[in-house]
Design a protein around this ligand. Structure first.
Ligand SMILES: [Zn+2]
Length: 232
């Protein structure tokens, strides 16, 4: 038995090209497949770029996005997020946006819209959205809006900023982040989780209401963070 998936074909295509389809022995749009063979087969993986979006293969006309990606590739955790989102999980284009930063998902395509001009250090917001994209890839049950996914995405920003001494680049205060997200990392109690929720809701100035971003009991953890930031 052999497992055929894009990682086994890395040398034959550009690293951040986007998987499109298989042809030959198997016809599938899944980037990861497993086949059992008992004789020679012919199997071709087709990769493509994403028009008008960032593709990492040098044809992007959005230098801010490319520079941010290059810096995130230097970190083990954010590199993992990029590898998963742009590569293993298929096509998640990153689109320049003037007024917001968000990850949207649909049955066919997902998109990260990202404001490259509104703040200093906007790649910190790209980390946030990349983490939402990761959550969507690993969590097939609760993929809608909830405050727990927000906590994890803000925690991803916190971990990265803490490591590189960039906490002052985040909205809010350094002390505010330490007293909420930092405190939970030291002592992951339910009380400290509530403090993180309050901090994030205050930070968003009422935009993350409880009805729009509910608190889901089974998601009151940072399991996704713990599995990705093990390299820190
Ligand atoms: Zn978010």
């Amino acid at each position: 038995m052999i497992a055929c998936h894009p990682t086994s074909l890395q040398k034959t295509h550009h690293h951040y090209s986007v998987f499109e389809s298989w042809s030959g022995f198997i016809t599938s749009y899944n980037s990861s497949i497993q086949v059992t063979v008992n004789s020679d087969i012919s199997l071709t993986a087709k990769f493509t770029g994403v028009n008008n979006y960032f593709t990492f293969d040098g044809d992007s006309n959005i230098p801010e996005i490319k520079n941010a990606i290059l810096s995130l590739l230097n970190d083990c955790a954010t590199r993992y997020l990029l590898d998963n989102n742009l590569y293993l999980h298929g096509q998640i284009p990153i689109e320049k946006s003037s007024s917001l930063s968000l990850f949207s998902w649909g049955p066919v395509s997902h998109t990260i819209k990202w404001n490259v001009a509104g703040f200093d250090n906007t790649n910190l917001f790209l980390i946030h959205e990349l983490f939402h994209a990761y959550q969507h890839g690993v969590d097939t049950v609760n993929t809608g809006r909830n405050i727990n996914n927000e906590i994890e995405s803000f925690m991803a920003q916190y971990k990265y900023c803490e490591k590189y001494n960039l906490l002052e680049c985040l909205p809010g205060t350094v002390q505010g982040w330490r007293d909420s997200f930092g405190a939970y990392l030291i002592s992951p109690t339910s009380e400290n989780y509530d403090i993180m929720i309050n901090y994030v809701r205050n930070l968003q100035q009422g935009a993350y209401t409880e009805s729009e971003f509910p608190d889901i009991a089974t998601k009151r953890n940072i399991d996704n963070i713990n599995s990705i930031f093990t390299c820190y």
